[in-house]
Ligand binder design. Structure first.
Ligand code: LLP
Length: 445
């Protein structure tokens, strides 16, 4: 096995006696399974902080603020950890606003509010919280924002979210930067909207924002989008006297989902994903596009910060054969991690304990939910697994727990945060009582 250089060491790695036990940092995961049960999300605090640091280094010398995208993983302890590292937040709902308020109240002033469908109540709550900026996505939303700001006699800072019509290769469900998508206003229509905002006593156009999609690995499109944004910024200033004070470059920087933990044997020839190099390459395109812009840069990464810090642990319940196929049935399901079902996403699956001389087999790893789409892997070569074994689904820290549901009336998983050799429960497992708490059993006559 290759030993990866220090900056490529993953939080989930084998160690212990004969290098057979899977760890998160210095905590053996088998211990967490015994203590907290499965399905269980586990996150490495150090890895999250490392990623924040990588961003800071890549954008050193620029006035850059990282506004972590809460939707990626919105656990209160994780928000608090990020706030302690100086992060602001990108939110898309009143619920996410409330999470930031509860986890890190002083960070409200570093909140950007995105989303195509903000309600009046959500706008009101964000005005009251005095957030940094509203990313406005339509003329109708601009009208509503001005109406609500007028109502409270407040001035609402805003950025138009422009749709730059730039193609970025990713899954079609998470590509957002083209006119065919519902997001933002056509960049050609933006000037008129800025003029409208500038005329209002209750609106303050402070920024321009753009977000072209998620899980973007080829980073040139970020530069292309920002070139278009810069043209707009220059035009606003020179032709209309509107001075833009910040550019929000959105999120979207992708990661590699197919690295084995510490370079397994079968993929020797695949270069390991280097997150530092990835964020530096991304920063280079952004720097080049923003040359000459001396105001603030906002960034809204989600996945890059938290995906690889997290894994979903599950237990194998049964293995079964149907004709030529072998199925490994786990106690986690699509309600816990929907990415494979929704985006045909790949997540590495590794055993918590590597056993010697176990042949590998080709299997489907599936959950108990009553849908054929409930799978984590199809026709995947894995070391043979049997009932009682525990496995980890890697790179599940982003859009794992936050996209989970109670489908099939399955209580949601617990979450644990690891800090070096310590671990803490940051969300307890849901109970049957939680599951039914909001409902009534009525018979309408
Ligand atoms: N800013 C805005 C306005 C966004 O819509 C998003 C993500 C982000 C920032 C953060 O993007 P990131 O850095 O995480 O790529 N559920 C999907 C991803 C959905 C992304 C939605 N928007 C998945 O599991 O791949």
């Amino acid at each position: 096995m290759r030993t990866p250089p220090a900056n490529l060491v993953r939080p989930f790695h084998y160690g212990g006696a004969e290098d057979r036990e899977l760890f998160c940092d210095r905590v053996p995961l088998a211990r967490l399974v015994r203590q907290y049960g499965t399905p269980l999300y586990v996150y490495s605090a150090n890895n999250i902080l490392d990623r924040v640091q990588m961003f800071a280094e890549a954008f050193a010398g620029m006035r850059a603020t990282l506004c972590y995208s809460v939707k990626a993983n919105s656990n209160l302890s994780i928000l608090r950890l990020l706030a302690s590292a100086g992060a602001g937040f990108d939110i898309v709902s009143g619920g996410e606003l409330e999470r930031v308020r509860q986890a890190a109240r002083p960070s409200l002033r570093r909140v950007v509010f995105s989303g195509v469908g903000k309600t009046a109540a959500e706008i009101d709550a964000a005005l009251a919280a005095q957030i940094l900026v509203f990313n406005v996505e339509s003329p109708a939303e601009l009208d509503l924002l001005e109406q609500r700001a007028r109502h409270f006699r407040k001035r609402a800072p805003l950025a138009m979210r422009v749709n730059p019509d730039v193609f970025a290769a990713t899954h079609p469900y998470i590509s957002t930067g083209m006119t065919a998508h519902k997001f933002g206003v056509a960049i050609g229509d933006a000037t008129a909207l800025y003029q409208r905002a500038a005329r209002s006593a209750y609106l303050v156009p402070t920024g321009v924002s753009v977000h072209i999609g998620s899980q973007i690995r080829v980073t040139e499109p970020f530069g292309q989008a920002l070139h278009r944004v810069m043209e707009l910024v220059r035009e606003l200033k020179s032709s209309h006297g509107i001075r833009i004070q910040h550019i929000d470059a959105g999120g979207g920087l992708g990661i590699s989902y197919d690295d084995p933990p510490q370079a397994g044997k079968s993929r020797k020839d695949v270069p390991l994903f280097d997150p530092k190099a990835a964020v530096q390459g991304y920063a280079q395109h952004i720097r080049a596009a923003l040359a000459g812009f001396d105001s603030e840069l906002l960034l809204e990464p989600g996945r890059f910060i938290i995906a690889q810090a997290g894994a979903l642990l599950a237990q194998v319940l049964y293995t079964k054969r149907n004709g030529p196929k072998t199925f490994v049935v786990t106690d986690a399901a699509m309600n816990d991690l929907i990415r494979p079902a929704l985006y045909q996403a790949y997540h590495s699956i590794v055993p918590l304990r590597r056993r010697q001389n176990r042949p590998s087999t080709v299997v489907d790893v599936v959950g108990p939910v009553c849908e054929t789409g409930d799978f984590f892997a199809r026709d995947r070569e894995l070391p043979a697994l049997q009932g009682g074994d525990s496995i980890a689904l890697l790179d599940a820290g982003a859009y794992g727990m936050s996209l989970s549901s109670n489908y099939n009336s399955r209580p949601r998983a617990a979450e644990v945060l690891v800090e070096g050799n310590r671990h803490r429960l940051i969300r307890r497992r849901e109970t049957m009582r939680d599951l039914l708490a909001a409902e009534k059993s009525l018979l309408l006559k």
